[in-house]
Design a binder for this molecule. Sequence first.
Ligand SMILES: [Zn+2]
Length: 126
Amino acid sequence: MTSETNCVFCQIVRGDLPSYKVYEDERFVAFLDINPQSAGHVQVIPKEHYRWVWDYPDIGDYFRVVQRIARAQQKAFDNESVVSRIMGDEVHHAHVWLFPSPWTKGDVGDKKDFARNAEKLRAALR
Ligand SMILES: [Zn+2]
């Protein structure tokens, strides 16, 4: 059973684990996935520990943030197609995968260039 003490996403929220955060407000944070599917692959999570996305009480607020990140990805990576995925089996803390589609464009940039990809997203979110 995963609890907040050993949950990797809770550790990222607390700053106990390093991450490339691209967005943060009082309730949500978005950071680059460590094993990206494409350049700019982000996980959007609530700061509070919920097991499933569907457990989050203000789902509309959550998805407004998800939409904002997706729009920034479209802009930052000049790619209209953003893939979203909700599984929940890898890390037991609610999270939405968002990544610019690697299939619609030939060159989507270096997915392992975390510093550059994070900066592009932060700039698009300003
Ligand atoms: Zn957690």
